[in-house]
Design a protein around this ligand. Structure first.
Ligand SMILES: NC(=O)C1=CN([C@@H]2O[C@H](COP(=O)(O)OP(=O)(O)OC[C@H]3O[C@@H](n4cnc5c(N)ncnc54)[C@H](O)[C@@H]3O)[C@@H](O)[C@H]2O)C=CC1
Ligand SMILES: O=C(O)C1=N[C@H](C(=O)O)C[C@H](O)C1
Length: 233
């Protein structure tokens, strides 16, 4: 399949490697200064760019009938608008805050644990995410998805960075050189703690998941998630 890479940074380069190893062709590499390009050359686009460019990159694909996979985080205030434009153009779209198989299993585990803890008022939930120092957004998209998984399965009503109210999930975001992505959800009581952690050792898992999603979406129309692609949960 002919792939357009929208964003040719750390993830774009890793996706290129994985895509070539699976027999695909990269027909476009679009980065910050590339304003004029013909997205219609591609069978599918994979967007790992920056928060301020994702919406335009993605909706340009819908308008040109190119299915699009996006892993860019930090732009989700415009997600609903993107979905509406996708539907209006009969397009195909998958956004995931995290494309790795391990994190998608971890998302399910997090929801299951939240259900178990729902009525145990002696425990307080909190979250920590650690990423490399170049990351533009905080908290991470993955942390937001985890917080939503807790909120949807408990009586908590929101999340906040650092100091949260009693009815919110507090998230601490740490930035440490070269960390690909570590997420921990903790439940603490006076007598014990329950912690679940996902640790990415490198970026390969994210990239492989994105390429698998791109392979899966060809020929489909609609808005999907990694749950559809991986058939879990
Ligand atoms: N969903 C997932 O599984 C994952 C998501 N991410 C997210 O993906 C995004 C990219 O991550 P990295 O590759 O690590 O960042 P990066 O900073 O290495 O690469 C981003 C690239 O986008 C380029 N760019 C800037 N404006 C652009 C535009 N208008 N069109 C196309 N490209 C443009 C930049 O020049 C840069 O090369 C971030 O939002 C990050 O949070 C990262 C890893 C996994
Ligand atoms: O910026 C990153 O690097 C990552 N971003 C994603 C996020 O915000 O959750 C996914 C992964 O953790 C790496």
């Amino acid at each position: 399949m002919k792939i357009a890479l929208l964003g040719y940074g750390k993830m774009g380069k890793m996706i290129e490697q994985i895509a070539l190893s699976r027999g695909h062709e990269i027909v476009l590499k679009v980065d910050a200064n590339d304003k004029e390009y013909d997205i219609a050359l591609a069978d599918v686009a994979i967007d790992f760019s920056i928060p301020t460019s994702a919406f335009n990159n993605i909706t340009n694909c819908f308008k040109n009938n190119v299915p699009v996979i996006s892993g860019t985080t930090g732009w989700l205030d415009q997600y609903k608008e993107a979905v509406d434009i996708c539907s209006a153009n009969n397009g195909a779209f998958i956004y995931a805050s995290n494309f790795s198989l391990g994190v998608n299993v971890f998302f399910q585990l997090n929801e299951y644990l939240a259900k178990l803890m729902k009525n145990l008022s002696q425990y307080n939930v909190s979250m920590e995410e650690i990423h490399h120092t170049q990351k533009l957004d905080a908290p991470s998209g993955t942390a937001i998805t985890l917080a939503e998984g807790i909120i949807n399965n408990t009586s908590l009503s929101g999340w906040k960075l650092d100091k949260a109210d009693a009815n919110e999930v507090p998230i601490v975001a740490k930035r440490i050189v070269n960390v690909p992505g570590t997420h921990t959800v903790s439940y603490q009581s006076e007598v014990d703690s329950i912690d679940i952690t996902h640790t990415a050792h490198n970026r390969e898992g994210f990239a492989l998941g994105a390429v698998i999603a791109a392979e899966w979406i060809i020929g489909k129309h609609g808005v999907f998630s990694m749950k559809d692609v991986l058939n879990i949960g």
